[in-house]
Write a protein that binds this ligand. Structure first.
Ligand code: GUN
Ligand code: ZN
Length: 442
């Protein structure tokens, strides 16, 4: 079985710590490195000259020189049912949901539609080097079954949830507090801990859940204290005003989720653009995560994420595509747009910090920092291999790049799925660029 033993050779790049804190000392780089993989786990990493002696002659070696070998990218916020909503014209969030998103999501009660979308999405993530994601399905349990089934079959580590929503949308998308509770529990029993899958408690956002449903979400959170939670928070001004109208008793938007016990570690809050000081303090204290979705925030005109402010408050931060409010499946493009959002705020996003965010940073933000996000002994062998000269503009630019930082910065600004040479999930190649050299030994 091809997946059991494998060695990869090339330029290996991984982070052992956060370069925003530790600078270049956080980086583990081998210009000619070797990774030994057995049974889906990384067993050793180091300079090829040192590790070659450990290599048993039967182990197949794929030589990826001159390409970069990185931990698989992690996307902590995207929507399975929005692959045909992406690039819908001319609306801000609330109108976009009503006009495009809810009608489209209504189709996902059909298992055929949900499994076609799941296959297409997983193929596309692989092609983009993304090996783990936190995914919203729809309110239909079959949509989660389809996505989880397909993810398990392919060996992915995935977090996904059945969306809970009981108001403010077409009838075909609405559940009830009790149904959402029961269906989430059934989903946990069926999928949580199967293979590498985890189920997330997924109330869509405060405007589409009644107080009774948020209470049900809170009960689930209390029943399952280690489970991920995912929802949206403070994306645009009209949404915030609507939340104030629907929950007149609440001091602010975040306090709605706090009231129901949904602000805690492993709670992933999409967007978090317009948070007050009080809200920042509440997220930081609970160790909840803010997820930056730059292409979505620009596309929907939602606002400019305050990375410096949230970091200063001590909030863990992830970076995500938010397909299909977001416009790119590529984490490289997502980071490039993140760079531009921050530029508009007079802030900077150094390349090392961006690559850390897409890998170890997102893993940490999702509570998965001990198993994925690094190329290091004992970590799961989820790996992406990138060609920093995949296109004419990249080649032209790389001719004048002198440092690793320059190379990574240009790769992030100009790269996309055309740079993906190979993607491995649990040590198994799930994507190989057509011209990738076949496996050999030595
Ligand atoms: N808020 C509630 N639902 C959604 C969604 O599907 N996309 C985005 N961007 N924001 C939301
Ligand atoms: Zn979203």
């Amino acid at each position: 079985t091809a997946g059991r033993h494998l060695a990869l050779r090339g330029r290996i790049l991984s982070f052992e710590a956060d370069p925003a804190r530790e600078g270049r000392g956080a980086l583990r780089y081998h210009s000619d490195g070797l990774i030994l993989i057995r049974d889906g786990i990384i067993r050793a990493v180091g300079p090829a000259a040192e590790l070659s002696s450990l290599l048993d002659p039967e182990t197949p070696v794929r030589n990826h020189h001159p390409h970069l070998i990185l931990p698989g990218f992690i996307d902590p916020h995207l929507h399975l049912p929005q692959t045909q909503v992406i690039a819908s014209y001319g609306a801000e969030l609330l109108e976009w949901l009503q006009k495009y998103t809810f009608p489209e999501e209504s189709r996902y009660g059909n298992p055929r539609i949900a499994s076609d979308a799941s296959r297409w999405l997983l193929d596309t993530l692989a092609m983009n080097g993304t090996t783990t994601a936190a995914v919203y399905c729809t309110s239909h349990p079959v949509s989660l079954d389809a996505f989880m089934g397909e993810s398990e079959r392919r060996g992915y580590r995935m977090i996904a949830g059945k969306v809970m929503m009981d108001r403010g949308a077409p009838q075909a998308l609405l559940d009830t507090p009790q149904r959402a509770y029961d269906e989430t529990r059934e989903a946990i029993a069926r999928w949580h801990g199967k293979g590498r899958l985890e189920v997330a408690i997924t109330p869509r956002f405060a405007p589409t859940s009644t107080e009774a449903q948020l209470e049900a979400a809170g009960s689930l959170a209390a029943d399952y204290p280690g489970l991920p939670i995912q929802t949206h928070l403070s994306e645009n001004q009209a949404e915030i005003a609507y939340v104030a109208e629907l929950f007149p008793w609440s001091a602010d938007y975040t306090a709605v989720y706090e009231r129901y016990g949904l602000v805690r570690e492993r709670a992933l809050f999409g967007h978090c653009i317009h948070l007050s000081e009080r809200e920042r303090g509440a997220l930081a204290e609970a160790k909840a995560t803010a997820v930056f979705c730059p292409t979505s925030n620009l596309f929907l005109g939602s606002g400019l994420f305050d990375r410096a402010g949230l970091r200063k408050a001590g909030i863990p931060i992830g970076i995500a595509s938010d397909i299909g409010g977001g416009t790119s499946y590529s984490m490289l493009t997502t980071a490039a747009e993140g760079y531009k959002v921050l530029a508009l705020r007079g802030e900077r996003l150094p390349a090392l910090e961006a690559f850390h965010m897409m890998t170890r940073g997102n893993a940490e933000a999702m509570g998965l920092g001990a198993v994925i996000g690094q190329i290091a002994e004992g970590f799961e062998a989820d790996i992406t291999v990138l060609d920093s000269r995949a296109t004419g503009p990249l080649c032209r630019r790389m001719d004048r790049a002198e440092t690793l930082e320059e190379e990574l910065f240009a790769l992030m600004m100009l790269g996309d799925e055309r740079s993906t040479v190979a993607t491995y999930v649990a040590g198994r190649a799930i994507y190989l660029r057509p011209e990738t050299e076949r496996i050999g030994t030595g």
